[in-house]
Design a binder for this molecule. Sequence first.
Ligand code: XUL
Length: 517
Amino acid sequence: MGIYLGLDSSTQSLKAMIVDSSSGKILYSESLNFGADLPLFRCPSGFLENPDPLVRHSDPMMWLAAMDLLFSRMKQKNAPLSLVEGISGSGQQHGSVFLNSSFTDKLKNLDPSKELIPQLESTLAMKTSPIWMDSSTGEEVREISERFGSRLQSDTGSPAIERFTGPQIRKVWKKSPEIYANTSVIHLVSSFLASVLCGENSPIDFGDGAGMNLLNLKTLSWDKDIVEFTAPGLLNKLPPVKKSSSIAGKLHSYFTKYGLKEGIPVNLWSGDNPCSLIGTGASKPGTAVISLGTSDTFFAAMSRPVTDPDGCGHVFGNPADGFMSLICFKNGSLAREKVRERFALDFKTFDNIAYAIPAGNNGNLMLPYYIPEITPLVMQEGVRMSGALNFVSGDADPAAYVRAIMEAQAMSMKIHSAWLGEDFKRIRVTGGASKSRILCEIIANVFQADVEKISVPDSAALGAAMRAANACGGVAWSELEEKFTKASEIIHPDTYVASVYKNMIEQYIKFENTITK
Ligand code: XUL
């Protein structure tokens, strides 16, 4: 039992949360936004502008500046940093940092009288980091798929995917051979920041490592053939891969200037989705999590590692052992926002207007792909309607549209999670749009499951703090879940509409097939 710190370096922000595992209290939280707080890095939404819409890179030095700024703010505000007994972290998944041979020495010799950037800037072999939003690796994805066929998915948990780190590394090897040759180590966002904290190269954990198209989930080690094909010599540039509960090292003396104790253990960081699985109290199979954010994600601890025959869903390591599924829907809040804007509805009206329309929306269906979708795979954006609703017509009924998008998204989650073969009776919701009561009711009714809201919205930062307590302090998951992740509200399904939605699922499958098959 003790006091632990969780950090969450996401696409747009860096957050910190300090928890007390004895009392179950969150003692302190702090957050900074890259765009607003670090405008000099020119990443207003967390990534650098690029004329090619498929290219999405960020600046890894911005992540370091954020670390110095966040800790100095916390020190200024008297955050209880001196009481912290262990640290863990969460990073946006798939992003990679290419470092040269000076990285290891410079890390070891960090000087607290200077900031991180002047000491580590020269260690970058590539100035920018491709992140999860990048989809510029179509060619590499095709080459890797052709070479390994279905083995790639059965052994690594996912087919070749544009945003995954392996195809991204292959692109650097092919297109920028001098950068690749000058690279000594390639870190994920998670292992990069863990390395900085402990002043030595951190291993990559199974949770985040599975998002690279390089980790063999059967042997839980780098798949030598896939790694070598991805980029010759890559095995020597990858950090070791380890269980998520391993210790990366001891906190470097650099961080004592912020009031942290030198030498406290640093747990391996993991990806944001694996950390959210922990922070929502869903580390055991049986509970699914729906995170309603910029994009929507559906994930759950797996009782057995099955793969998605459609190739849209992924298998990652579960930080509490075993595996987890992850399905990402790109048109999440973005699509909901488009409907809200189309009818100029305020948030409150958007959240309530659909109550005027019965479940099943009188047979109106919608495929709301405002941007190209990854689940199901739809390369050409566009909104398709079926039924009496007409998207173009000016006199369309806003209530029916709002219900249409909410039902469409819940239906898509139900259809595209069927490969898991689990009949979830409990779904935990997190993310901004989980505030919408009707969206939660629709999810409950479509899945015929209890939908539970939880009180802490920053589930990735909380999950990181809980992971620190487990790995550094030996606190059991059951105890941590009991203390930090209790449901604050439960929405029960309405059994009277079960048959309406059962029938609607069939209609949606047919409708989707008209554009995907
Ligand atoms: C998951 C994914 C995103 C990022 C965003 O595969 O790409 O959820 O982790 O943070």
